[in-house]
Design a protein around this ligand. Structure first.
Ligand SMILES: Cc1cc2nc3c(=O)[nH]c(=O)nc-3n(C[C@H](O)[C@H](O)[C@H](O)COP(=O)(O)OP(=O)(O)OC[C@H]3O[C@@H](n4cnc5c(N)ncnc54)[C@H](O)[C@@H]3O)c2cc1C
Length: 434
């Protein structure tokens, strides 16, 4: 499988520094829980099982972190795409409180995993995340959300910043103010996922790379699921499907794509910034998002500007989306016009129609966990663990994230054109400042 030419790969240590877990599955094995997918979800699930003394085997079609976990922006956030006031309005205050706790539990899960597996190379920093408003109307909306979270949930971690503060901190004149969420941070995503895998392997976990699961079917007896790869099989009592937006890699996992609308999301990284720009842009080194519907985000890593967005259509490897990202970056940061873009890559984000992740069982042997809507670093680190609990028959508190069975996305076969129509409409609304 082809590697994405990302900054993360360039920054990661040489391959020989990784723990050796590279061999594809070439035998017939038996384990209590088989896990398909070695991203944050699958590895967090393996971690939760290991803590309970339950055996598991993780299989990935590519390398560890080949999916979104090795390609993302590394923004560690404590929120869902659905705001907490909206959750309260739709589902009641108690549900909003539980969802708020789950969101912050996600950040705690990252901290705990980094500590426990000593993943210093992932450079996790609890920097906070600044949401920058592109219009007065957008600013009012995020301010009222921060007020609501403070008064209704007692959470004082969100504070309002003025236009002058946001301009000073970002180095861009493109915003009218913002809201800082203190319980958030940044991480090197590929180092994090590799560090998780290395930690698990040190404690005896079995992870097989280059082992796409081609077929999953029922077998008689306690080891009631049979997973087949091209050169081996795994028989298990339970299976956890942790393939998210990459579920359609093989027919065995593609039914889980029905839960999702995969959206291509892209990132660019510039060359190292000249000293005067480095001293001016993003001086607090947080992660930054903006309020446009077709949201862009940015942060500084390794002295470079990293800029991402969710409107990169076309096939992976095509550069049209990356050129559009560069234009959007220069619109917000005109001083970057002469700075070279050195890396550009993309990956798939699993969006859902209710804008929330989903954890559930599709039958008595199969648990799935997916749909992070582009905010999965923290949430997958948490929900993978809850998926493991669910697979063992426990009842973790999942509030609105719990889902029974597989619910196909309506008009599934039309979803690619549908995504384009929605995205085009969002762009028009953004251009109108609506
Ligand atoms: C460009 C981009 C930027 C993002 N930025 C952020 C961000 O800044 N902050 C944030 O919180 N989130 C971000 N996200 C989202 C985040 O990366 C994901 O939500 C998260 O990584 C999902 O983890 P996962 O383990 O569920 O899935 P993945 O990491 O995608 O792992 C799924 C794995 O399943 C494997 N697989 C699929 N089918 C099979 C099969 N049949 N057999 C074997 N293996 C299979 C794949 O090879 C893959 O490795 C971003 C995503 C992208 C693409």
């Amino acid at each position: 499988m082809q590697d994405a030419p990302s900054l993360w790969r360039a920054m990661a240590g040489p391959l020989e520094q990784r723990v050796s877990m590279g061999a594809p599955l070439d035998r017939d094995l038996v384990t209590e829980v088989a896990i398909v997918g070695a991203g944050y979800t699958g590895l967090a699930a393996a971690y939760a099982l290991q803590k309970r003394g339950i055996g598991s085997i993780v299989l990935d079609a590519g390398e560890i972190g080949w999916g979104a976990s090795g390609r993302n922006g590394g923004v560690v956030s404590s929120k869902f795409r659905l705001s907490f006031p909206l959750i309260a309005r739709l589902h009641g205050l108690d549900t909003a409180k539980t969802m708020h706790r789950l969101a912050h539990d996600g950040v705690r899960a990252v901290e705990q995993l980094i500590d426990e597996f000593d993943i210093g190379r992932a450079q996790f920093e609890h920097t906070g995340s600044l949401r920058c408003a592109h219009t007065e109307r957008a600013l009012e909306s995020i301010k009222s959300e921060a007020d609501w979270v403070r008064t209704a949930l007692g959470d004082r971690s969100m504070t309002v910043q003025s236009r002058a503060e946001v301009t000073r901190e970002t180095g861009s004149n493109g915003f009218v103010g913002g809201v800082l969420s203190a319980d958030a941070g940044t991480i090197l995503p590929l180092e994090y996922v590799r560090g998780l895998a290395a930690g698990l392997v040190r404690r005896g976990a079995e992870i097989y790379e280059s082992s796409p699961v081609l077929d999953m079917h029922r077998a008689p007896g306690h080891w009631g699921v049979m997973l087949r790869t091209s050169r081996g099989t795994v028989r298990a009592n339970q299976v956890i499907v942790a393939t998210n937006a990459y579920s359609n890699l093989t027919a065995a996992t593609s039914p889980f794509t029905r839960e999702l609308v995969p959206f291509r999301s892209a990132m660019i990284a510039t060359e190292r910034l000249p000293a005067e720009l480095d001293a001016k842009l993003m001086v607090e080194r947080r992660s930054y998002t903006e309020t446009r519907r077709m949201m862009k985000w940015f942060r500084k890593v390794d002295g470079r500007m990293l800029f991402g967005g969710r409107d990169a259509f076309g096939k992976e490897g095509q550069t049209a989306g990356l050129d559009a990202l560069r234009r959007a970056m220069v619109a917000l940061f005109p001083e970057l016009a002469g700075v070279r873009v050195e890396y550009g890559w993309s990956g798939y984000v699993g969006m859902t129609f209710n804008a929330l992740p989903r954890v559930g069982r599709s039958d008595e042997r199969t648990t799935f966990c997916l749909g992070y809507n582009g905010a999965g670093v923290a949430m997958a680190s948490l929900l993978g663990q809850h998926a493991a609990a669910l697979a063992l028959g426990e009842k973790p508190e999942l509030a609105l994230l719990a889902q029974r069975g597989l619910k196909p996305v309506p008009f599934h076969s039309l979803r690619a054109p549908g995504v384009r129509v929605v995205a085009a409409w969002y762009k028009i609304l953004d251009a109108m400042g609506a």
